[in-house]
Design a protein around this ligand. Structure first.
Ligand SMILES: C[S@@+](CC[C@H](N)C(=O)[O-])C[C@H]1O[C@@H](n2cnc3c(N)ncnc32)[C@H](O)[C@@H]1O
Length: 228
């Protein structure tokens, strides 16, 4: 499902264009130096490779460090970000990789063509009402058997989807992993695994963090008869 350039996208783009250079200086180093920050990326890369490989979109890629990490792990990764400044920095840092300006809410990939989608701390700027359509878009582009990895600040009360928090760049939400897994299920993506990082590891806000892997199931025809 396609969304027009809505207010939250325009706000996010302007905010990240402003901070892009500072972000690119600090965050890739933090990502690489923290074992928990990149723990799920090799697991995700192995799942993609074991499934036969194929293109993987790193959506909301920022300066491209996760895209580049995936590439070093043998994954054919490309980056997409709503911020043209972020994309310019990603291209400068990783000239051998493909980066496009675009939104995760309306990807240019054709139906069922991607082996994976990664959204590392980028759905946090998508408001709750736009999540179902965004997840439906991930399902649309994933090939059967393809994997999704979401990383996000977590909300620990599953009676609510989440809450706004005081993000330093632009309005952001932290979300309940259980509720996110349920929304993924509603669009046909099945949870495979999750990693939850304890609140005490977040010195600034004391929020838990979640990394959730889901899969688009391989459809088995109704008339399939097991060989066993
Ligand atoms: C917190 S940064 C995360 C960057 C990178 N993924 C990382 O792990 O450091 C969020 C990034 O997502 C991008 N972004 C947020 N919402 C987006 C959307 N709907 N479509 C595309 N990019 C988006 C922002 O421009 C920003 O570069």
């Amino acid at each position: 499902m396609l969304l027009a350039m809505t207010d939250f996208l325009a706000t996010t783009r302007a905010a990240y264009d402003t901070v892009a250079a500072d972000y690119a200086r600090d965050i890739p180093e933090r990502y690489h130096s923290s074992p928990l920050a990149h723990a799920m990326i090799p697991v995700f890369a192995e799942l993609v490779t074991a499934g036969g490989g194929g293109p993987v979109a790193d959506v909301g890629c920022g300066p491209g460090h996760v895209t580049a990490h995936l590439s070093t792990l043998g994954v054919t990764a490309f980056g997409v970000d709503v911020s043209p400044e972020m994309i310019a920095l990603a291209r400068a840092a990783h000239p051998d990789l493909r980066f496009e300006v675009g939104t995760m809410n309306a990807l240019t990939a054709a139906d069922a063509t991607l082996a994976g989608v990664v959204a590392n701390y980028s759905i946090i700027h998508t408001p709750p009402e736009a999540l179902p359509a965004t997840f439906a878009e991930f399902h649309r582009v994933l090939a059967p058997g393809g994997h999704l990895l979401l990383g996000f600040r977590a909300y620990d009360d599953a009676t609510r989807l989440g809450e706004l928090f005081d993000h330093s760049v632009t309005p952001a939400h932290r979300y309940s992993p259980d509720r996110i897994a349920a929304l993924l299920g509603e669009v046909g993506l099945t949870e495979v695994a999750r990693l939850t990082i304890a609140p005490g590891e977040d010195a600034k806000r004391g929020f838990p963090q979640a990394y959730l892997i889901a899969r688009r199931p391989i459809e088995v025809p109704d008339d399939h008869v097991s060989a066993r």
